[in-house]
Design a protein around this ligand. Structure first.
Ligand code: NAP
Length: 279
């Protein structure tokens, strides 16, 4: 056991038992020889306003925030980082040296970094991008792609109004298209992203015809269970490069760990395998 001061962090949500974040952060705590722990904080809906202000008093360095608290938590911290404000949701709280609370959202950072890890010369402006879905994950993906210089983002969602609302909010380069046009919207794209829940373990496959997709286009799925969704398997079989959702999950955790424990942790094959073993 290290003689460093004890560091405590955790994940606040309801439910939290399924979360992989404890496995990730506790792996890094052990790997870097730190004295600390990352724990589950099951906070029922309606109890968030009691739980969040208690973080500093309980000695926490901060916590992750997950479903269903990502939006409501924004009202309970002293300051919200600009990226989290623009995403309209928070996934991390950092207790500041003066005990005040600051909220962040690292999902967009995690997503972009996962693409760069897979293709170091990846560029957002390499060509049109098609994003399927307009939920929480889509907000992070679309906003971060736009910030990285994407020139055209075609956004398609089963419920068109949600895609349109997101396009109106984020402005150029995001353009909402009807869900029925998703097959044709693959023409000329450099990147296709699935942010819907379709293809996730226990869910039906995504209904998408890849015929119009250029063979060089990068195909990314934010789902990580299974690691290779039917979409990624179909893309790989026709020769497209693919990126699964594990990199996004792992990379979004890195800046939070750094803020809490002072070490920017590495994503190793050992960590990936340890995590995959929990699936
Ligand atoms: P969400 O906010 O509930 O959004 C779900 C999305 O899926 C919506 O766009 C929804 O469309 C669409 N959808 C649901 N059923 C559909 C169907 N039958 N046909 C077509 N579209 C359908 O969920 P989320 O938080 O964005 O999460 C989405 C996925 O991303 C999940 O699998 C989650 O595990 C994954 N995720 C991964 C990471 C990571 O770190 N890798 C991070 C966050 C999320 P409607 O608007 O029409 O309902």
């Amino acid at each position: 056991m290290s003689s460093l001061p004890f560091g405590l962090a955790g994940i606040m949500g309801w439910p939290v038992a399924h979360s992989r974040s404890p496995a990730i952060h506790n792996h890094w705590i052990r790997k870097y020889g730190l004295n600390g722990a990352y724990v589950q904080l099951p906070v029922a809906p309606g109890k968030l306003a009691l739980a969040v202000p208690g973080l500093a008093a309980l000695g926490f360095r901060g916590c992750n925030i997950t479903i269903p608290h990502k939006v409501d938590a924004m009202q309970l911290v002293d300051e919200v980082d600009i990226m989290a404000k623009r995403m309209g949701a928070m996934n991390t709280i950092v207790v500041q040296p003066d005990g005040s609370l600051k909220g962040f959202n690292n999902d967009g950072f995690g997503y972009i970094q996962s693409l760069i890890d897979a293709q170091p010369d990846w560029r957002a402006d390499a060509g049109p991008i098609t994003v399927l879905g307009a939920g929480g994950a889509a907000r992070a993906v679309v906003l971060s792609l736009a910030d990285r210089g994407a020139k055209e983002i075609r956004l398609l969602n089963r419920t068109f109004d949600k895609a349109e609302a997101l396009a109106n909010e984020f402005g150029v380069p995001v353009k909402a298209l009807p869900w029925e046009e998703r097959h044709a919207a693959l023409a000329d794209v450099a990147l296709l992203v699935n942010t819907t829940s379709q293809g996730m373990h226990g869910q039906p496959d995504l209904d998408l015809n890849l015929d119009a997709l250029p063979k060089h286009a990068l195909v990314s799925d934010v789902i990580y269970v299974p690691l290779e969704t039917p979409l990624l398997a179909a893309a790989r079989k026709r020769g497209n490069p693919t990126v699964n959702g594990l990199g996004m999950l792992l990379n979004q955790a890195r800046p939070a760990f750094h803020a809490w424990f002072g070490v920017m942790p590495e994503i190793t094959e050992e960590l990936k395998q340890a995590l995959i073993a929990t699936f």
